[in-house]
Design a protein around this ligand. Structure first.
Ligand SMILES: NC(=O)c1ccc[n+]([C@@H]2O[C@H](COP(=O)([O-])OP(=O)(O)OC[C@H]3O[C@@H](n4cnc5c(N)ncnc54)[C@H](OP(=O)(O)O)[C@@H]3O)[C@@H](O)[C@H]2O)c1
Length: 245
C-alpha cells in the first residue's frame, strides 16, 4: 500500500504532465513547438541540447530557467547527495547556460529564483544557496551580455501551482504574506520581462489584506545593503501589522 506522501507525489506528477500537455497543445495553436526533455544537472547533456538548438535554428532569442527542486530538512539532517542534487539542479544548470548561451543573439534571460535565496528559509539551505548563486550569476550575465535583458525573479510562494507545500504556504500566511495567485504571478512576469533592459533582480511577495505587496527591485539589496540591514528590511516586510511600511 503506497504511503499518503507517495500517492501525493504520483498525483502531482500526473497533474504536472497533464498541464504540460495542455500548455503544449495551446502553444501549438500559435507557433511551431520543438519540445525536448533533458536533465539540466547533467552538464554535458544540457550543453549538447543548447548546441543542437544553435545548430538547428541559428540562434536562441530567449531563455527561461525554471528547473528546480526542494528536499527540505535541517542542514544537520541533510545528506551530501541530496544537498548536491538540489543545489546542482539549479546552480550548475545556470552555469551551463552562462557558458553556452551566445550573447549576440540572446535578447532575454529569465531565472526563476526564490525569496529563500534572498532571505534564507528554514530547512532549505541547499535551495537557498542555489538561488542566491543564480541571483549573482544573473548579475554577471547582465554585465557580460550588454544586449540581453537579464531578470532574476525572486518569487515568494505561488498559491495553486508549483512546489510550495501547503505547510510552507501556511507559514507564510501566518506571517501575513499571501501566496501569489497565478494571475498576479503571470502579470508580474510579463511586465518585468517585456521592459527595456534596465532593472535586473526582482522580488515578489504578496502581502495580506491591507498590506503592501513587495514588488521591489533588489538592486539595492544586492549592491548596498549589508546582511544585517537586509534582514531588517525583510523583517519589516514580514511584519504583520497592516500599517507596516
Ligand atoms: N512555486 C513556488 O512557490 C516557487 C517559489 C519560488 C521559486 N520558485 C522557482 O520556480 C521554478 C519553478 O518551480 P515550480 O514551483 O513550478 O516547481 P515544480 O512544479 O516542481 O517545477 C519544477 C520544474 O523543474 C524541473 N526539473 C527539476 N529537476 C530537473 C532537472 N534535473 N532537469 C530538468 N528539469 C528539472 C521539473 O521537471 P519534472 O517535472 O520533469 O521533474 C519541473 O518542471 C523553480 O526554479 C523554483 O525554484 C517557485
Amino acid at each position: 500500500m503506497p504511503s499518503p506522501a507517495a500517492l501525493e507525489k504520483s498525483l502531482q506528477t500526473l497533474l504536472n504532465e497533464r498541464a504540460t500537455r495542455a500548455n503544449l497543445a495551446y502553444f501549438r495553436q500559435q507557433a511551431q513547438v520543438d519540445y525536448r526533455a533533458v536533465d539540466v544537472a547533467d552538464g554535458a547533456a544540457f550543453s549538447a541540447l543548447i548546441q543542437d538548438i544553435y545548430h538547428r535554428y541559428g540562434r536562441l532569442d530567449g531563455v527561461i530557467h525554471g528547473a528546480g527542486l526542494i528536499a527540505d530538512k535541517l542542514l544537520i539532517d541533510k545528506l551530501p547527495a541530496s544537498f548536491a542534487q538540489v543545489f546542482d539542479t539549479k546552480a550548475d544548470s545556470a552555469f551551463t547556460l552562462m557558458r553556452e548561451l551566445r550573447p549576440d543573439s540572446l535578447k532575454l534571460m529569465v531565472f526563476f529564483s526564490s525569496v529563500a535565496g534572498r532571505y534564507g528559509s528554514r530547512g532549505q539551505s541547499d535551495y537557498a544557496a542555489a538561488n542566491e548563486v543564480v541571483n549573482r550569476l544573473a548579475w554577471q550575465m547582465h554585465w557580460r551580455c550588454p544586449q540581453t535583458r537579464v531578470v532574476s525573479i525572486n518569487w515568494g510562494p505561488w498559491d495553486t501551482a508549483g512546489m510550495a507545500s501547503e505547510g510552507v504556504k501556511r507559514q507564510f500566511r501566518e506571517r501575513g504574506i499571501i501566496p501569489i495567485s497565478q494571475q498576479a504571478g503571470c502579470e508580474f512576469f510579463t511586465k518585468n520581462c517585456s521592459m527595456a533592459r534596465s532593472v535586473k533582480s526582482k522580488s515578489l511577495l504578496e502581502k495580506g489584506p491591507g498590506q503592501r505587496s513587495i514588488r521591489s527591485s533588489c538592486r539595492k539589496c544586492d549592491q548596498n545593503l549589508r546582511p544585517k540591514a537586509r534582514c531588517r528590511l525583510f523583517n519589516r516586510y514580514l511584519s504583520s501589522s497592516p500599517t507596516a511600511k
